[in-house]
Design a protein around this ligand. Structure first.
Ligand code: ARG
Length: 557
């Protein structure tokens, strides 16, 4: 039941106002002693030429209803107190009927492509790419829940002049076996060496340019090498995606858009937006803004131009309602320019482009550097998290059946949850032992709470009850939290903020643990069925919340 709606219905016959107006007037008192909803009667004072307290006390008796245990006038307000038993019964019934569908918006609101992860070929995946992967994946689930169709796009950095350099470096210092053994680290090593040697020996740069030109012209050797670098890198990235349980709907990266830029440049020309500036072609964006660089003075196109082509292509292909770019905050200027140029081209849908930035992960307060090979670092972090989780399981539940699978779900889940529990723009420090703790604000704590609920359910078997009313305050606080879930998901979607879900999962887990500590759930009395229904509902919602974060919910741990 929608209790706020009920308040509106009760007030309607008494007021000469449209329902939307009434709904907008209803407040949520800060203090529980003032009830769950309040109607500010002073709004009517002028119209009725009466004192507000008087209006409130005349209204209150006419608004009595079984949905509210008390409706009373306090000063100029009418306060409504929700009938607790009714809220509990109502909420549990809804969740047990809808199950995993609870909170699902049944609508087709349209496509939402999510540009996420997008690491660069032949370079280690950074912690930034990891954050983008995990945040993007969660947002895709949240958007599906509120009625959109998400499309996860991995816009691989697989094109650019650096590939000419890499080909030269590989031909000079590389060998096939090393690349096969440890592709990204070795390719990256050649690339770094290229830059070092090019400082002494600038002809190397000319060679790099030459090979890039060959690549652009479709030279077979250049193309074959490039394809090979791309595929071995991708294999390595995919290993990490598998660990994290993340899949993509498209791997159309920068290379895919390489032959789609000319029409965009032509369009810019036709619309008289391109101007020349020191040999380069730019779009002027106004006095206080840097011009957007479209074609460099040497004729090569750049990152922004490819993103323009990609945005147009995606609009044609997906006819999106919104498009999200989950990319670090340091690219804010780039996405601002992308939107502005598209807007100048007359594309109103530029307003539906959202850059979803995020903060840095530090370790011991220091920024992590790509040079140190973070893909290894990341692999290692996940492995260590899994083994720490395994240790904890060994001490807590040594007889558990599928320990390795559970340790994987807990360890990896801990890393993901830790990434998502803070507001995405906050920087945070990474301390592995902290991440995988079973207590405190961690993923394992939520998973453990859910497993505890499921173990209760296994113990009692199938108990059902017609009445789901429970009158204790702990049950009420759990059920009330559960009743917020649909609006919590909406809020997370609106703000592009998975942390809203993570914080909610922690809060529900805490409330359930209080319930568990204060109520004898398994007592054989006539409310056993209702208490079991509450445990079921908690488990359904915790499992669903974890799923929205991309975290598994083992039934035992
Ligand atoms: N490959 C880029 C990087 O690592 C991120 C790409 C983000 N997406 C985009 N459409 N520009 O910095």
């Amino acid at each position: 039941m929608d209790f706020k709606q009920k308040v509106v219905e009760l007030l309607k016959p008494e007021l000469d106002l449209p329902v939307e107006k009434i709904a907008a007037l209803i407040e949520r008192p800060k203090n529980d002693s003032m009830g769950d909803y309040a109607f500010p009667a002073f709004i009517l004072a002028k119209q009725l030429k009466k004192n507000p307290a008087m209006i409130a006390s005349e209204l209150a008796p006419k608004l009595q209803d079984e949905a509210f245990s008390k409706v009373e006038a306090v000063g100029p307000y009418v306060n409504f107190f929700i009938n607790h038993e009714m809220l509990v019964a109502d909420t549990l019934k809804t969740v047990l009927t809808e199950k995993g569908d609870y909170g699902q918006v049944h609508a087709s609101l349209g496509n939402v492509p999510i540009d996420m992860s997008s690491p660069n070929i032949a370079k280690p995946m950074s912690m930034g790419h990891l954050r983008s992967t995990v945040i993007g994946n969660s947002l895709s689930k949240i958007y599906a829940k509120v009625g959109y169709k998400p499309i996860k796009i991995n816009y691989l950095g697989d094109y650019g002049t650096q590939f000419g350099k890499l080909i030269v470096a590989y031909k000079k210092w590389g060998n096939e076996d090393d690349v096969k053994k440890d592709p990204i680290n070795n390719l990256f090593k050649y690339y770094v060496r290229f830059h070092q040697e090019a400082e002494e020996n600038p002809e190397l740069d000319d060679e790099g340019r030459l090979w890039f030109k060959k690549l652009e012209e479709g030279d077979p050797e250049a193309t074959e090498l490039w394809q090979w670098f791309r595929s071995v890198s991708l294999e390595e990235f995919k290993r990490i995606y598998d660990e994290l349980g993340v899949t993509f709907d498209s791997y159309n990266g920068e290379a895919f858009f390489n032959d789609k830029m000319d029409p965009v440049i032509q369009e810019l020309k036709d619309k008289h937006l391109l101007t020349e500036s020191r040999g380069a072609q730019v779009v002027e964006l106004g006095e206080d803004e840097n011009p957007a660089l479209i074609v460099k003075s040497d004729g090569t196109s750049i990152y922004l131009t490819r993103d323009l082509a990609a945005a147009e292509w995606r609009m044609n292909e997906y006819n999106f309602k919104k498009i999200l770019y989950v990319v670090g905050n340091e690219q804010a200027e780039h996405f601002k320019q992308l939107k502005k140029v598209l807007k100048k081209m007359g594309h109103d849908w530029a307003d539906d482009i959202y850059h979803v930035p995020f903060g840095l992960i530090t370790q011991g307060g220091k920024k992590l550097s790509t040079r140190k090979g973070n893909v290894v670092f990341l692999d290692q972090v996940l492995k260590e998290a899994v083994s720490l989780a395994k240790e904890q399981i060994e001490t807590k539940n040594p007889s558990l059946a599928n320990k390795d699978q559970v340790a994987h779900d807990v360890g990896v889940g801990a890393v993901i949850f830790h990434d998502l529990k803070n507001d995405r723009l906050d920087n945070f420090d990474f301390d592995l032992a902290e991440v995988v703790r079973f207590e405190g604000d961690t993923g394992p704590y939520v998973q453990y709470t859910n497993a505890r609920a499921q173990s209760i359910l296994r113990k009692v078997g199938d108990v059902t009850s017609d009445s789901l009313a429970l009158s204790d305050e702990w049950a009420f606080s759990v059920a009330k939290e559960i009743s917020y879930f649909p609006q919590v998901v909406e809020k997370a979607a609106e703000r592009f903020e998975p942390s809203v879900i993570a914080k909610y999962a922690l809060s529900l887990a805490k409330k359930f643990n209080k319930y568990y500590a204060n109520v004898r759930i398994l007592d054989e009395d006539d409310q056993l069925g209702a208490r079991i229904a509450l445990v079921k509902a908690v488990s359904i919602v915790l499992t669903e919340a974890l799923d929205l974060l991309g975290v598994k919910a083992p039934s035992e741990m």
